[in-house]
Write a protein that binds this ligand. Structure first.
Ligand code: NDP
Length: 288
């Protein structure tokens, strides 16, 4: 049996439509949500991501500004820009595109972003809130994965979810969100000795590694939901995920294609976080 191929276009269009309506209402009430994106240097993939984020903002009516800084920008200059964006009332979300040039201390940059405007959910305050289950900013890629699972009607509570990858950006927060949805969660990483033995137990398998074709048919339990977060650009080849799509779709119950689902859902969650940040800011203003 061939897996259900998860239709990212449809999911993304529906979510963005709802966001657009909510942005319109908030704007009409006097607060237009605003996102500032900061990019340092000329990394071509980052340029594409930043342009896609600005385009998505435009699509739903969110104000956006892109700050393009030269590769030689100093730490102090970058932090000064973030501090000015923290004070800017038209900006409700701040995103600093990674990777940053080697001379920049990324941790210090993230710490400089006001937690209320940290729409990536990378600031330690937001990560802490996520870990203890307090409401607030949600990390974009993992939140997008949860929305995809809910959209296709996948049961999460009580299911065994296996996350491959333990990065601070994807793997760890993914595990936390699945736990919040009451899954039994296992995290695998590069030191997991027999990856297939673990992933074969998964009802929900999330691959977030960054290695083309790491997950093959023998890694997947028949009928499992397979979510491919990976974005790999092999030399001269086209963009692909971590999952051997053609082989795994013959085993899985449902699978996300790459590109098409997790990437655009990640941007959609960024829009949602910006909307929520603007709403909170408007509420705080009204309360003064
Ligand atoms: P990192 O490189 O930070 O983390 C990769 C993780 O994979 C690490 O935890 C590493 O383990 C683990 N790993 C590496 N090799 C293996 C292996 N052979 N078996 C099991 N685990 C392994 O990557 P990110 O988390 O930032 O990103 C992961 C992928 O997701 C990338 O392709 C990235 O481009 C993509 N991505 C996609 C997004 C989207 O919007 N679609 C957003 C963000 C990322 P260890 O910790 O032991 O080193």
């Amino acid at each position: 049996m061939t897996a259900q191929i998860i239709n990212g276009k449809q999911i993304v269009a529906e979510y963005r439509d709802n966001i657009r309506r909510e942005v319109e209402a908030l704007t009409a009430a006097g607060t237009r949500p605003g996102l500032a994106v900061v990019i340092v240097g000329e990394d071509p993939a980052s340029q594409i991501y930043v342009n896609n984020k600005a385009k998505a903002c435009e699509q739903v009516g969110i104000y956006s500004e892109v700050h393009r800084l030269p590769e030689a920008t100093t730490q102090d200059e970058l932090v000064a820009l973030i501090e000015s964006l923290n004070r800017n009332a038209a900006v409700h979300g701040i995103l600093v595109q990674s990777p940053l040039p080697g001379h920049i201390n990324e941790e210090e940059v993230v710490d400089a972003i006001m937690p209320d405007k940290d729409v990536d959910c990378f600031h330690p305050v937001n990560v802490g809130n996520l870990a203890i289950g307090k409401p607030g900013m949600l990390p974009c890629t993992p939140a997008g994965v949860i929305e995809v699972l809910k959209y296709i009607g996948a049961d999460i509570a009580g299911k065994h979810a296996v996350v491959v990858g333990r990065s601070n950006i994807v793997g760890k927060p993914m595990a936390l969100l699945l736990l919040r949805e009451h899954a039994t969660v296992t995290i695998c990483h590069s030191r997991t000795p027999d990856l297939a033995a673990v992933t074969r137990q998964a009802d929900i398998l999330v691959a977030a590694v960054g290695r083309a074709n790491l997950i093959r048919a023998e890694h997947v339990k028949p009928g499992a939901v397979v979510i491919d977060v990976g974005m790999n650009r092999p030399e001269g080849g086209k963009l692909c995920g971590d999952v051997d799509f053609e082989a795994v779709k013959e085993v899985a119950g449902a699978i996300t294609p790459v590109p098409g689902t997790v990437g655009p859902m990640t941007i959609t969650m960024l829009l949602r976080n910006t909307l929520h940040a603007a709403r909170r800011a408007a509420g705080a203003q009204a309360a003064v």
